[in-house]
Design a protein around this ligand. Structure first.
Ligand SMILES: Nc1ncnc2c1ncn2[C@@H]1O[C@H](COP(=O)(O)OP(=O)(O)OP(=O)(O)O)[C@@H](O)[C@H]1O
Length: 116
């Protein structure tokens, strides 16, 4: 693969991350992740527990970014109200919610036994 093309792709991906950082939902995920990392540090997690926590945080960020991308594409493809546009947006938002709920449950399963 052409080296410059590879670097350019990397720059575009980084621009995508910056775009996500402007989103309020993404900022709240970053804030939550920061709190989890601080609490994890003071709680004292094992290697495997850190692995799980970091994996969940990374997946949450990635899923939120995909959700935002879907919102953008839907707005572009269907600026007018359309039931399919609603379904697409609500499905993507629902996917984020499902993952957030299960992440919270897994997080509690890791943290609660260490606190009590
Ligand atoms: N083009 C559309 N056609 C039908 N329903 C839509 C459309 N755009 C958004 N909706 C629906 O309207 C509701 C409110 O949407 P929301 O407030 O999230 O606006 P949004 O445009 O999706 O979000 P954002 O402000 O983050 O771009 C959601 O159920 C969403 O699916």
């Amino acid at each position: 693969m052409d080296g410059r093309k590879y670097i350019r792709s990397f720059v575009y991906a980084f621009q995508g991350i910056l775009t996500a950082c402007e989103e309020q939902n993404f900022q709240s995920h970053v804030l939550s992740a920061g709190i989890v990392l601080i609490v994890g540090y003071f709680t004292g997690l094992s290697r495997v527990e850190w692995f799980i926590v970091l994996l969940l945080i990374a997946l949450m960020f990635a899923l939120e970014m995909i959700n935002t991308a879907i919102e953008r594409v839907v707005d572009l493809a269907s600026p007018a109200i359309h039931p399919l546009a609603k379904q697409a947006k609500d499905l993507a938002a629902g996917a984020v919610l499902v993952f957030a709920i299960f992440s919270a449950i897994i997080g509690l399963l890791i943290f609660i036994p260490k606190w009590f």
